[in-house]
Design a protein around this ligand. Sequence first.
Ligand code: AN7
Length: 355
Amino acid sequence: MIWRGVIDRYKKYLPVTEATLVVTLHEGNTPLIYSDVLSRLLSAAVYLKYEGMNPTGSFKDRGMTLAVSKALEAHSKMVICASTGNTSASAAAYAAKAGIKSVVLIPKGAVALGKLSQALIHNAQVVSIDGNFDQALQLAKEIAEKWPVTLVNSLNPFRLEGQKTGAFEICDQLDGRAPDFHAIPVGNAGNISAYWKGYKEYFKNKKIYSKPVMLGFQAQGAAPIVKKRIILNPKTVATAIKIGNPASWRMAEEARDESGGLIGAVTDKEILEAYKLLASREGIFVEPASAASVAGILKLGRKRYFQNRRSRKKKIIVCILTGHGLKDPDSALREIKNPQAVPARLDAILAAVKI
Ligand code: AN7
């Protein structure tokens, strides 16, 4: 059977009708991969939800399919977003599929090349702003208020509705149970809010009988929720989550508090260590921001967070790997030496490698 995307699969839980023209690239149905290395390190059952396998390479597609379908239903001819990269790539692709126009505002010099090339090739009008993401979002909001353009940032409620399908999928993949812990990177804080909404809805519909503890992770230099203040000049290697004033700040705190979880910070060094561990030990290439969730659980593991619980039974931890590593190959190359050329001779190759 052909998988027809998250709206088709979960329409019962989504604000769509028979009249909704579904714009889909068959997003969702991403793998939930058991991690041997992390499970051993944390004495738990750790699964990785590889959202980089979505059509444009990030979790944003789950929300964008619904946001763009609803924009089309409302006869909108153009969508706009501000973005650290992935939202713009997704918006541009889904707008292209829908046959409508897209405008994206990006912070100058702070968007990974893969993401920028996606927005451009899908024919978005890309405007680079001499400012950061938070300023770009403010401007995108203002334009959408004054002109006939649909905002497709996560302030658009359809985005979070679509993204909550990630939670449904995890519970379905775990054969009708919720994880004990859900670890996720936090930038603009839409995704953590969407997942929590999804888990609550599945719980209410008796699809699961418990809800996970939500664990969100921000980069140390861009951790407004952790520090309880807006960060005017956020800094981190993980450009996707370089955000100082998240739009869904309050909802993310609700997810944290209702679930008895936490939102913590991880350093760039910890992010890059987790990034390399995933690639070298698990065969999974993610972008740096995605590794924040893994860096976060490793940090909590060192504090014996997962062992302090009452039961001895192995806990299930699901980590959301939000975006694909090919989005941002520069980061990988900065971390690892570029290969040197050698003469095209056997002896030269044998001198260069260990066999
Ligand atoms: C790979 O594209 O905000 O907390 O403009 O690309 O829901 O914002 C991206 C965010 C995590 C954080 N991982 O999710 C954008 C944008 C990756 C991301 C996040 C983003 P939210």
